[in-house]
Design a protein around this ligand. Structure first.
Ligand code: BGC
Length: 763
């Protein structure tokens, strides 16, 4: 319905009716208004499957929902680095929603992985905002191509579960702009989500669900968002302030209680009714956008989607380590020569707990998948551990050791049990259960060929990393993860995913370690912009597995890197091309990564930052050209002095490689920045800074003359020691202008000095 028509409808409503439309009818529906023929519409979780609840609503995954297909969670799909594939996932989810009459799916969840401990990392994409933003936009475009809305969440600063409803995240402006906002910015600008979900927490003292800065100034005015903002379930505190800030829809229903507050505030003049009208308009715009594009032909084909879930999962599995043990030739393997150890081989952990929890259509673990491929007799199984308690069961372990001894290779299916990570609480540490770590150590003592297959939503410490020959990271791979694991283990499919986050060696290496999850209701993001690889690289710290890492069964050769210009102005695009060749012996896909590094900067910047990636499929021996276009954002940092992005003139390195620590090619480009930073001189301005500005340098001459600095000659051996020249230079460079009053032999008066400074500041 056109906005004009919606406004005409709103003009016919009473204030009470309008207030009523600003909150849900129940847990999952927007309000209807029969008198004016306005329909209700349903929303459901998300993000990696449809969690439509038929009866009793809850948002913690406690009550049942309809049977649906569970796709790989965000932690996994991000590892695919495959925007086309995540778009396909989105389309499929959109189709299910059409079939089930759900107007909006509550996802994607795209908060930055600040700490490996965040209980909800399994739903989130990355430590890198560029990757998270691109994946989010692809998901949204996919879902919305089916005329179903998305709800990008949790906007913003919701990077932990501890006290998520009350915590105040203290984040400085540059860090907000460079790390915590850009994924949302890309999602909004690149895919126009129908809705955005305001998070529970506060940022810098203000609840996001009431913040005009975040919900209106940035989201709507800067980024052009035109849908409705919905509160996370229960995120509303001051409803009237929320309306002022731009929080349109309260969920779930407040049973009229808070609608009444809106009515009262309008009546007593403390709330402008036009703001209520605007909120209703935003909501109805989306309600009708859905209603007018209902697709009665849509079908939710669970069997087909189960297969798709497996195909997506195989694109998401990261081969972390392979010392010649993979792939396993199951076809030629002798009877009982491959030990499958661990409960997760039969009953894998493939999704997380909480609001995203899906009532699955089917579950296929690796053991079942092996059976379906006819490999059952090649496998000897041992359970190894229990996953509902972390207790070493000597009998289970002994059985596992015996199985491993008999076999030629032992594949241990391990990872985090449900109790270790979930929505609602954070992890206490970064370790796997002790019983599993011990199991791996014991098996590795008797079997030289050990492969560990992991199931987890976030990095784990691997004390046994040097004792096993293969490590396969499945993340939480959805209900058909077993099929995907078997395809990777057997070499039917060539692994092609890369880590969307760094695996540090230990938790205390992580930059948020000293400030996570904060003290009481306050958490300070003291590491600033140095999140994930931005920190580890700057600190030159060894990590377990770097950002972007992932192996293949083939090799890729990078060559012919070209940039279309050696020198650009910041507003000109730069085209980067290169050739990638599959020089190994198996077809496969490669994720080519492009990073930009500022060679010299006036501010502290990361060593490099991801600014492009492409996933390409190459047959054996095939070559393809890969091309990237960089815009000025690729070279910018956020400069708080101008409240804007800023490119410093100078040289930048364009780095292309197979991971953040495997850069294969590089080129240098000179970028000319065109914006000027405002300079305000005062008595604390240093001589060095002033002399860089030719106009100011001229004006400052009398000060230099008056000061003894010029004549100040310090020579070695006169008590100053070696380096005296450098010291004298440094003393002038860092001398504030006011020094002339102390060291100018009385030749410069305070008034005269101030006059000169005023003149320097004159435009
Ligand atoms: C979660 C959201 C979810 C909502 C509805 C909240 O607790 O944070 O991600 O969409 O519940 O279930």
């Amino acid at each position: 319905m056109e906005r004009e028509k919606i406004r005409e409808l709103i003009a016919k409503m009473t204030l009470e009716e309008k207030a009523n439309l600003c909150s849900g009818a129940d847990f999952w529906h927007t309000e209807s208004l029969e008198r004016l023929g306005i329909p209700a519409s349903m929303v459901s979780d998300g993000p990696h499957g449809l969690r439509k609840q038929d009866q009793e609503g809850d948002h913690l995954g406690v009550n049942d929902s309809i049977t649906a297909v569970c796709f790989p969670a965000g932690c996994a799909t991000a590892a695919s680095f495959d925007t086309a594939m995540i778009g396909k996932l989105g389309e499929t989810l959109g189709e299910c929603c059409q079939a089930e009459d759900v107007s909006v799916i509550l996802g994607p969840a795209i908060n930055i992985k600040r700490s490996p401990l965040c209980g909800r990392n399994f739903e989130y994409y990355s430590e890198d905002p560029y990757l998270a933003g691109k994946m989010a936009a692809a998901y949204i475009n996919g879902v919305q191509s089916k005329h179903i809305g998305t709800s990008v969440k949790h906007y913003m600063g919701n990077n932990q579960e501890t006290r998520r409803l009350s915590v105040d995240a203290k984040i400085d402006e540059r860090t907000l702009r460079e790390i915590y906002l850009p994924a949302f910015e890309e999602a909004v600008k690149g895919a126009k989500p129908w809705t955005v979900m305001a998070s529970y927490n506060k940022v810098n003292g203000e609840h996001v669900s009431e913040s005009k800065k975040f919900l209106t100034d940035i989201l709507r005015d800067e980024w052009g968002f035109d849908g409705y903002v919905v509160s996370d379930w229960g995120a509303v505190c001051d409803r009237v302030q929320g309306i002022r800030g731009g929080m349109d829809l309260e969920m779930p229903a407040s049973h009229g209680l808070r609608d009444e507050l809106i009515v009262r505030a309008v009546k007593d003049g403390s709330l402008d009714e036009a703001l209520v009208d605007k909120a209703v308009e935003n909501i109805l715009n989306i309600v009708y956008r859905y209603q007018e594009h209902r697709d009665p032909s849509a079908v939710f084909d669970r069997e087909k989607d189960h297969q798709l879930s497996g195909r997506i999962a195989r694109e998401c599995i990261v081969l972390l380590k392979n010392e010649g043990v993979l792939p396993i030739d199951f076809k030629r393997a002798e009877k009982e020569s491959v030990a499958f150890i661990g409960k997760f081989s039969k009953d894998p952990r493939f999704q997380g707990g909480g609001s995203s929890h899906i009532t699955c259509y089917q579950k296929t673990g690796a053991f079942a998948a092996a059976k379906a491929l006819g490999f059952e007799d090649k496998i000897i199984y041992a359970k190894g551990y229990e996953d509902d308690r972390d207790v070493i069961d000597e009998t289970l372990m002994q059985e596992a050791v015996e199985a491993a001894k008999k076999a030629k290779v032992a594949v241990i299916f391990a990872g985090l049990p449900d109790a270790f990570e979930s929505e609602g609480f954070d992890r206490k540490h970064m370790r796997m259960p002790d019983c599993q770590n011990r199991l791996i150590e014991e098996v590795a003592k008797v079997q030289p060929n050990v492969i560990v297959v992991l199931h987890n939503g976030s990095p784990v410490e691997m004390p046994w990393v040097g004792k096993v020959k293969g490590i396969v990271e499945s993340y939480l791979g959805g209900e058909n993860v077993g099929t995907a694991q078997m395809e990777i283990l057997s070499g039917m499919f060539n692994p092609c995913a890369k880590l969307p986050e760094t695996f540090p060696k230990k938790l205390s290496d992580n930059p948020s370690y000293l400030n996570f999850p904060g003290v009481g209701n306050e958490v300070e993001y003291k590491e600033g912009i140095f999140v994930g690889y931005r920190y580890y690289e700057k600190k030159e710290m060894d990590v377990l597995f770097p950002f972007g890492h992932g192996l293949s069964y083939t090799q890729f050769t990078y060559s012919d890197l070209k940039i279309d210009k050696d020198r650009i102005r910041e507003d000109e695009p730069l085209t980067v091309t290169l050739k990638v060749t599959n020089s190994g012996s198996m077809a496969g896909s490669e994720v080519v990564q492009l990073y930009v590094s500022d060679k010299e900067s006036r501010v502290v910047r990361p060593v490099k930052e991801l600014k492009g990636f492409a996933k390409i499929f190459l047959d054996q021996g095939e070559s393809k050209e890969v091309s990237f276009t960089l815009d000025q954002r690729a070279f910018s940092y956020y400069e708080t002095a101008i409240s804007d992005w800023f490119v410093e003139s100078g040289e930048f390195e364009i780095l292309v490689g197979a991971s953040s620590s495997d850069i294969r090619l590089q080129k240098t480009v000179y970028v000319e920045g065109t914006k000027k930073l405002p300079v305000v001189y005062d008595l604390d301005s240093t001589m060095g800074d002033v002399l860089k500005d030719p106009r100011a340098a001229k004006l400052v001459e009398p000060i230099r003359k008056a000061s003894t600095m010029e004549e100040l000659t310090i020579t070695e051996g006169e008590g100053m020691g070696a380096g005296a020249d450098e010291m004298a230079t440094a003393m002038e460079e860092f001398a504030p202008l006011r020094n002339v009053l102390s060291f100018g032999n009385g030749t410069m008066t305070p008034d005269r000095l101030q006059e000169i400074v005023d003149e320097m500041n004159r435009p």
